[in-house]
Write a protein that binds this ligand. Structure first.
Ligand SMILES: NC(=O)C1=CN([C@@H]2O[C@H](COP(=O)(O)OP(=O)(O)OC[C@H]3O[C@@H](n4cnc5c(N)ncnc54)[C@H](OP(=O)(O)O)[C@@H]3O)[C@@H](O)[C@H]2O)C=CC1
Ligand SMILES: CC(C)(CO)C(=O)C(=O)O
Length: 320
């Protein structure tokens, strides 16, 4: 399996939740050979298939599904798309390493900063590790059932692997990844700097994910109130400041763009809110602790984000 091989790529979905289910189903519909790893929803999906209710693409179902309860049973894949929560990365790392063939491209479709680092330690150097920034509103409404409210873009960037020092090869790999999504009718761009792209994504996730849990409010309510609007803008400004301290320039207009995009967005509960309701661990390390530590190491403090992180840590500990 090489980057230039002219066969239909085989794609493995590691963690078939909202993100894994949506992108995996869209790729399968486009004709790719897609294999889905599941955990609690394996019995339901292997019996009834996957169902997508999309406000953009309509209702789409996939049945039968090439579903697996155990990664060791999956065939070798050209691409592994990881759709688990970042809180599972350490525990899942040996499994991903086990199913990744020498030339496999592993893509973490996850929010947060440096989420690839812990996994990298477990992967052979030949394996290419990429990050994927998903700008999409999806959630699960039942076993194997994914609700897609809006958006869909996936931006990809190279993290590490045997092409790390070969810009042409690196670019070809990321373009091939973006090409898969594009062939499935999904907008996908190549990000020249993954770390910077992850900082950009935090401009949205830091305020909205955390405040949805803290205030028990979805985007429409958060955008309708003067106090929450001020908090969102102040938190966005802190993320821009933190990124700058870490050497990444984010235009203030980007934060304004994210703010007005959310005003137009159909009412949305961020994924962290769903985790809270279902008593799952919150992605606090990836979205708050790691960026805060990086900013502190650069000699800068973000007091509002720090306070939000502490409040969420309190809520998260009491919720489990
Ligand atoms: N939802 C969204 O709109 C967006 C989400 N994101 C990011 O995408 C990532 C995924 O989020 P999302 O799809 O919402 O999360 P979900 O909770 O819907 O999906 C996670 C899936 O991973 C499965 N899983 C976890 N551990 C394992 C394991 N060991 N073996 C097999 N399957 C496993 C879970 O199974 P089980 O059912 O057993 O728990 C679940 O199906 C997060 O980083 C999130 O921040 C980014 C942009 C938008
Ligand atoms: C809502 C949106 C589109 C913001 O970028 C998102 O991708 C998320 O929930 O993480």
């Amino acid at each position: 399996m090489t980057d230039t091989a002219h066969h239909t790529p085989r794609i493995g979905i590691i963690g078939t939740g909202a993100i894994g289910g949506f992108y995996g189903l869209m790729l399968a519909r486009a004709g790719f050979d897609v294999h889905f790893l599941l955990r609690s929803e394996y019995p339901a999906v292997s019996q009834r298939g996957l169902q997508l209710n999309s406000a953009v693409h309509g209702a789409i179902s996939l049945n039968p599904v090439q579903a697996y309860a155990c990664a060791a049973d999956m065939p070798p894949c050209d691409w592994l798309l990881v759709g688990t929560k970042t809180t599972d990365n350490v525990e899942l790392a040996p499994t991903i390493a086990q199913v990744a063939a020498p030339d496999t491209k592993v893509v973490l479709l996850q929010n947060g900063l440096d989420v690839e680092d812990r996994l990298r330690e477990h992967l052979p150097e030949s394996v290419h590790l990429l990050g994927g920034l998903c700008y999409i509103c999806v959630h699960r409404s039942g076993p194997g059932i994914v609700e897609h409210q809006a958006l869909g873009r996936v931006n990809l960037g190279y993290h590490s692997g045997s092409a790390a020092n070969d810009e042409v090869r690196r670019q070809a790999i990321v373009e091939a990844g973006a090409g898969l999504f594009q062939q499935a009718g999904i907008d996908s761009q190549v990000m020249p700097n993954l770390h910077q792209a992850r900082w950009h994504k935090l401009v949205w996730n830091v305020p909205y994910n955390g405040l949805s849990v803290l205030l028990g409010a979805s985007t429409t309510a958060l955008m309708a109130d003067e106090s929450s609007r001020e908090m969102i803008q102040a938190l966005m400004a802190e993320v821009v400041l933190g990124a700058k301290a870490c050497g990444h320039e984010i235009a203030a207009s980007y934060a304004e763009q994210m703010f007005s995009m959310t005003e137009q967005l159909t009412d949305y509960w961020p994924s962290m809110y769903h985790d809270h309701v279902h008593k799952r661990p919150l992605e606090l390390a990836a979205i708050y602790a790691r960026p805060l530590a990086a900013v502190r190491a650069a000699g800068c403090e973000l007091p509002r984000m720090q306070a939000l992180y502490q409040a969420l840590s309190f809520i998260d500990r009491r919720n489990r």
